[in-house]
Design a protein around this ligand. Structure first.
Ligand code: UDP
Length: 375
């Protein structure tokens, strides 16, 4: 039994949004925290690099949105947000369509101009399929928007994105996208939305200002030594890796980002264009300057290629694949984690949940409150 006083109250593994929020809150409560990250930067996947004035979202496009006023106030304490509203386009068969599925999309697809006509079109298709209780993503999509939209915009994109047929994926994934009978291209229904003015690093730098952060440290390979440094460990990485995959591997989907600088001022006229067909190997092209209304003479675009995650160094676990099999396995890992009283789990990887940024922050604040109750 090691009784010596440990130098830190919390060792926080991962300097992403969960770890940074937790550290920020614990610092306010006079707790000693050490934040480590295996990468050479803070911010996890919201990290941006400034390429000649353009903030490049290095791990995929991030658009902050929330319905929770408290979370909105929380992030605005670190940086102001601009008025960016996400309104992606979908490229299908050589034509562009508005997303999310709304009156603009219905008009572009079917030529209908009134909500009544659009509803009738969708209802006729939904009734023809007659799915009572959707059991997977395909059934959910078909029963929400009918087969024209499903086959044009969802089926092939989903297969590309997840590496699995839509019939093997949970219905919840598609419920992220609104369906509206108004001419409103806002991808989100939330009250608050925007991009941090000056980029996302402002947010992570704000959260971690004056905190002790050490980069390029791999927790898994230095676990014994690191565990000795703090009373508790807050772990935001992959839970299966933490337990040396002893119950089997959880599945994740990865991405490959192909960033390119172009000497044109405006490449695609929009921040996000999705490519919904199977024959295009990437799912979307991001043009970063449009997130911040940049007026540079050059531009940076990123093609997003979904790839298999393979526990190798070249791929990163970006998306949990929350089907029943993986969720069951995760639950078993979580039980192992719960058995360790000095271990706290959090974040998209730790919780194995398809969180958005605001949900990560909210869950970190909840965990902090739970910790506080134990003091
Ligand atoms: N999706 C689709 N076609 C699109 C956009 C999204 O089929 O043009 C489906 C796809 O299954 C995707 C899911 O909707 O994984 C959620 O999309 P979202 O834009 O929320 O994905 P993220 O930005 O988190 O990758």
């Amino acid at each position: 039994m090691n009784n010596k006083v440990k130098p830190y109250d919390y060792l926080i593994v991962g300097a992403g949004l969960f770890g940074a929020t937790f550290a920020h809150e614990m610092y306010k409560r006079d707790k000693k925290c050490l934040v480590i990250d295996k990468r050479n930067h803070i911010g996890g996947n919201i990290y941006c690099q400034n390429w000649d004035g353009i903030n490049v979202h290095m791990y995929g496009a991030h658009i902050f949105h929330t319905n929770d006023e408290a979370i909105w106030k929380y992030v605005n304490a670190f940086t102001s947000f601009n008025r960016y509203t996400n309104s992606p386009l979908a490229m299908y068969n050589g034509r562009l369509y508005n997303l999310p599925f709304n009156m603009n999309t219905f008009q572009q697809l079917w030529g209908v101009t009134t909500p009544e006509a659009a509803r009738a079109k969708i209802e006729q298709q939904v009734n023809a399929i007659n799915i009572k209780r959707p059991r997977n993503l395909e059934e959910q999509a078909l029963s929400l928007v009918g087969y024209d939209i499903y086959y044009s915009f969802i089926k092939e994109y989903t297969k590309k994105q997840w590496g699995k047929d839509a019939r093997e994926l949970p219905p919840e994934i598609i419920k992220r996208i609104p369906v509206r009978f108004t001419y409103d291209n806002n991808y989100f229904n939330d009250l608050y939305q925007g991009i941090p003015i000056g980029g996302y690093n402002r947010l992570s730098e704000g959260l971690l200002a004056e905190k002790e952060v050490r980069l390029n440290i791999n927790y898994i390979s230095n676990q014994i030594m690191l565990d000795d440094m703090a009373e508790k460990v807050v772990y935001t990485g992959m839970l299966d890796e933490l337990f040396d995959y002893k119950l089997g591997k959880l599945e994740y989907r990865s991405l490959h980002f192909d960033h390119e600088r172009l000497e044109v001022a405006n490449y695609q006229g929009n921040a996000v264009v999705n490519y919904t067909e199977a024959h295009v190997p990437y799912t979307r092209i991001i043009e970063h300057k449009h997130f911040e209304f940049g007026n540079q003479n050059h531009t940076i675009i990123t093609r997003e290629y979904p790839v298999t995650f393979s526990n190798s160094k070249e791929t990163e676990p970006y998306y949990p694949i929350n089907d029943d099999k993986n969720n069951r396995l995760y639950k078993k890992y979580k039980e192992l984690a719960n058995g360790r009283t000095n271990l706290i789990i959090g974040g998209r990887l730790g919780d194995y949940r398809y969180y958005d940024m605001h949900q990560v922050i909210a869950s970190a604040l909840t965990v902090v409150k739970k910790e506080e109750m134990k003091w």
